[in-house]
Design a binder for this molecule. Structure first.
Ligand SMILES: [Zn+2]
Length: 601
């Protein structure tokens, strides 16, 4: 097992090139210095002076330009940190970025407050003079009932860095303080880290290595459970307080308000998957147990692949052809973007100490997307990359077509374009192989990666999170024992008697940063429900469906999730798309059982 390199030892050609944002850290610092007086000038000029719609439009245009100049600042600092949390100069930049963003927030909060004090005809007049601000104004109107007094809004905005405290504390504990050391298994001493565990060890085919890794990983997590729980509790208190202050009935309504969806859609996703998907996934767990000849199926065995020996290795260079071929159906412009991502170093492939775990795509307005991944050389990375390029393709299109206010779609919809690409990748791999072992590997990848990850891992987070927020709504505090118990109950409910839930599984709540992002976890399965319906349309109807989908991507955040899905021909106001998705997963498990008989028979 390899030791992680330091950031300065990795191969540069496989790192992202941030010079498209700023040529150097110095250029970044200059930009931060330059923007400050501009923000000041904006506030001096417009605060208290929005007397007519014409002035308001001028203010909005200035505000838009300021936002556009802050985007690269925030992105550059975030990406520098993401590539190495321990880098002192990155920490410094991050501090500068967060200061300027707080300053911007507090100096410009008057704009929203003052506009909200105007009557509706004033706001309608803005829309007629500057149709580009339609959505911005509509968003204001939507938030009008929850707006506080202007001075309170300003005070809250100046505390924004403090409000981000829990998330940054969580990340530091997780990525800097916890030292997992090494563990012994199978006669070797194996180094352990988040990256090693989630990237390789938790799906390691050697049962002793896998189970020992889980033991060592959980034991170490347990030592930090109280700090992590207290950090999380701060996050929850802050959300509940904001929800109460703004006059929401419940913290659920407050968090869903931002997503433009109501509780019906939210609850349906969790309830139906907990009850109707669980039987299919238990069948899948039984199949894993049988194929691997395990004595019993334990929680820490769930991530193993059905047949690791059929998983090809793949280099970064080779991945490009797979991605190009799978996504070719999206058209030349889309494929051109993919090639630029490889050629112009939009992607950070390397593994190094202090790098953020998992994978993400950041799509700053006015620039191009950046993708973080830690390449393991296993075939599964083509799915990860297809996924992240799905986010890239979404905002690459939306950022070109919409203004800075309108480019971002609701969180509910965000995972649809990404999981859509995973489906396109799977379809492509299946179409081009007759080998039952490879086919079984692909289908089991769709299950274990795409569906397991989005509809099980994240869904169990969502189901747990819903229980946490129920307590929050009752003004209860949470602590590690409470969180452990809630998490364990959800896991047990889903897997029933078919999987034995090892001690340590309940600490899974410590592993995800999602809990600092509102009601995020459930949106994975929501997005994937839309993607499943959409990829079926692409398979059956070809170009018509692709054209519809590109329109959806270009729409960015100009429509709410229900309307975006409708533009793609999918009606998420009914349970049908979710029902179809669950049935489809059931069919995939059937196919796995059949292919396994064929292979073994
Ligand atoms: Zn994603």
């Amino acid at each position: 097992m390899e030791q992680l390199k330091s950031r300065n030892e990795v191969e540069e050609k496989y790192t992202w090139d941030l010079t498209d944002l700023f040529a150097s850290d110095e250029a970044f610092e200059t930009a931060v210095q330059d923007v400050r007086p501009e923000i000041q000038a904006f506030s001096d000029k417009f605060s208290g002076s929005l007397s007519d719609a014409k002035t308001a439009v001028e203010a909005l245009e200035n505000y838009k330009r300021l936002m556009e100049s802050l985007v690269p600042i925030g992105t550059y600092a975030n990406l520098r940190m993401a590539s190495d949390q321990g880098d002192a100069s990155a920490q410094k930049l991050s501090g500068l970025a967060s200061n300027i963003s707080t300053y911007f927030g507090s100096e410009t909060s008057f704009l929203t407050s003052e506009l909200l004090q105007k009557d509706e005809s004033f706001l309608e007049e803005i829309k007629s003079q500057a149709p580009g601000f339609d959505n911005f104004v509509d968003e204001l109107l939507k938030n009008k009932p929850y707006q506080l007094d202007a001075n309170v809004e300003k005070a809250l905005a100046s505390y924004s860095t403090v409000f981000e405290g829990p998330y940054s504390l969580y990340q530091r504990t997780k990525l800097l303080d916890i030292d997992f050391g090494t563990f012994k298994a199978d006669g070797q001493e194996i180094p352990l880290s988040y990256l090693a565990f989630e990237g390789e060890l938790e799906s390691h085919e050697n049962t002793e290595v896998r189970r020992s890794a889980f033991r060592a990983f959980s034991d170490k997590l347990a030592q930090y459970q109280h700090t992590t729980a207290a950090t999380y509790d701060l996050q929850l208190k802050q959300e509940k307080t904001t929800s109460d202050l703004r006059g929401f009935d419940s913290v659920f309504d407050y968090l869903l308000h931002r997503q433009d969806v109501d509780r019906t859609l939210y609850n349906r996703q969790i309830d139906m998957i907990m009850s109707d998907l669980a039987p299919h996934m238990r069948r899948y767990a039984k199949l894993l147990k049988r194929v691997h000849g395990l004595d019993e199926m334990k929680y820490e065995d769930l991530k193993i692949s059905l047949d690791p020996s059929s998983e090809p290795e793949i280099s970064i260079e080779e991945s490009r052809k797979y991605i190009n071929d799978a996504l070719a159906i999206m058209g030349d412009d889309y494929v051109n973007m993919v090639n630029r991502a490889y050629d112009e170093r939009w992607i950070d492939f390397v593994k190094n100490k202090g790098k953020s775990t998992g994978a993400f795509c950041s799509s700053p307005y006015g620039s191009h997307p950046f993708i973080l991944i830690s390449w393991t050389s296993l075939m599964t990375e083509v799915f990860v990359l297809a996924h992240e390029l799905g986010h890239a393709g979404h905002f690459y299109n939306a950022n070109r077509s919409q203004n800075v206010f309108d480019a971002r779609s609701s969180m509910y919809f965000v995972e649809a374009p990404s999981t859509m690409n995973e489906m396109l990748m799977a379809n492509h791999l299946l179409e081009n192989s007759d080998d039952p072992k490879f086919k079984r590997w692909v289908i089991s990848s769709i299950i274990s990666r795409t569906y397991y990850h989005n509809c099980v891992t994240h869904l169990l987070e969502a189901a747990y999170q819903r229980e946490v927020y129920k307590k929050v709504d009752q003004n209860e505090s949470v602590s590690a024992p409470v969180l452990n118990q809630l998490k364990r109950e959800v896991i047990e409910q889903f897997w029933g008697d078919d999987v034995s839930i090892t001690e340590g599984a309940e600490l899974t709540w410590m592993r995800q940063p999602h809990y600092y992002m509102g009601l995020y976890p459930y949106t994975y399965s929501a997005g994937l429900t839309i993607a499943t319906a959409m990829s079926k349309r692409v398979l059956n109807e070809g170009q018509t469906a692709v054209d519809d989908w590109l329109k959806v991507l270009n729409a960015g955040g100009t429509e709410d999730p229900v309307e975006l899905a409708r533009m793609g021909g999918v009606d998420i106001t009914t349970e049908q798309p979710l029902r179809d998705t669950i049935d489809y997963i059931g069919e995939l498990v059937d196919q796995l059982e059949k292919l396994t008989e064929e292979i073994e028979g």
